[in-house]
Design a protein around this ligand. Sequence first.
Ligand SMILES: O=c1ccn([C@@H]2O[C@H](COP(=O)(O)OP(=O)(O)O[C@H]3O[C@H](CO)[C@@H](O)[C@H](O)[C@H]3O)[C@@H](O)[C@H]2O)c(=O)[nH]1
Length: 449
Amino acid sequence: MKPIERPRILLVPYPAQGHVTPMLQLASALQLRGFEPVMVTPEYVHRQIAPRIEPKSGIICRSIPDGLDEKEPRDFFTIEFAMENNMPVHLERIICSFDEDGGVLCVVVDLLASWAIKVSKHCGVPVAGFWPAMLATYRLITAIPEMIRAGVISEFGIPQHQGKLCLLPNEPMLSIEDLPWLVGNLAARKSRFIFWLRTLSRSRTLRWVIVNSFPENGDEMIKQQRKSVESPPENPPHVFQVGPLSCHSGSKNPSFWEEDRSCLDWLNKHKACSVIYVSFGSWVKPLGEEKLNELALGLEASRRPFLWVVGPSWQERFPIGYLGRLAGRGKVVSWAPQMEVLKHEAIGCYLTHCGWNSTMEAIQSGKCLLCYPVAGDQFVNCTYIVNVWKIGVKIDGFGWRDVEEGVRSVMEDEGEMHQRVMELKARVIAKEGSSRAVASLTAFIDDLQ
Ligand SMILES: O=c1ccn([C@@H]2O[C@H](COP(=O)(O)OP(=O)(O)O[C@H]3O[C@H](CO)[C@@H](O)[C@H](O)[C@H]3O)[C@@H](O)[C@H]2O)c(=O)[nH]1
């Protein structure tokens, strides 16, 4: 085998923007620490990101086919089918292709892509799990066996009670309907639950899990959970909280779509703290057309300037004449340079679906949030934003009154919410927080080598 200058680490994200972004950030951080990161993504993701990754970043991109019809839209279940049935053989081929060229030190696998744990183990390569979201949601998934035992959910993941529960020690009350797999109709909920059971079973033997969360009381949480589990696994994985990953490297990570930078010029024309930024991440579909139209009218009626990210196919579904009526007061773009937007002084509040990356970017930019969680982990993130950190408020609908009252309580807050977000930013992003995250990543690397 040829000696290798930099030990090689393969990274396999779940193929969606909110997962690829933190995995690329991890790849940059590993590259800076002397590794050769190789990102393995399906062709349709590779086509979007590979040309936008600067060669000097040292990140290598490899693509694999997902076997799906190019023209078919990809949703949770089609992606799951492709991951389980079509992609394993291609990842195995890539891992084997390095056999004569220094091999692979480790494969970092997004836990939502647990199919790759199976493949890597089969190839005899060590695996580290990666959780791109908050530690609390990882803990919810690992607490599934306890929840079944305690009768909180059925063996199919269906809630057996209603109302609020403290599902985990040291954590805020959550509504039982906030469990991440409770999306869609009964059949969809059961299928998503099976997905999580499979993930849990495959990740049981992992030695390491890297979490894109910041270490606020995190270590204590993990100890508490171990104590509360009746029969904990022999060697539970060592959890490394390395977040926010965006703090480890200054490099800008590529988006799947072209950023419309004209929105920055538009923001320059607005007064400080006057604009509502609206974005539901990369995944608008679960919001649906009816809600989209309701929000369009709610924002129009609010008479405040707003900048809204809506993909082209969804813009076609706006009420007739909507975009023409906005006359400069509202700007709609297909994709924004979100971090620059959030940092802009004109932004007074961020109406968000509470995706984890967006939540951390808002904290990093010192912006308060107006929350409308839609699916998955977003309800738990929202609980932390509203009830634990108290840096945002939740709205339950998009009617004129919901939007106006929500926006007013964030934008016209007496300063307490803003003070809290600045304090949180200082704790998790500034020196102390980021040095803890760096130490955590270093501890993972030391254990790996
Ligand atoms: O115009 C835009 C809109 C978004 N973004 C970026 O896209 C990412 C979106 O990530 P996130 O906020 O996490 O949302 P999703 O794409 O919806 O992420 C999925 O993955 C996350 C991490 O697991 C989960 O927390 C979410 O619930 C899940 O929907 C962020 O980095 C944004 O900066 C842009 O760059 N420009």
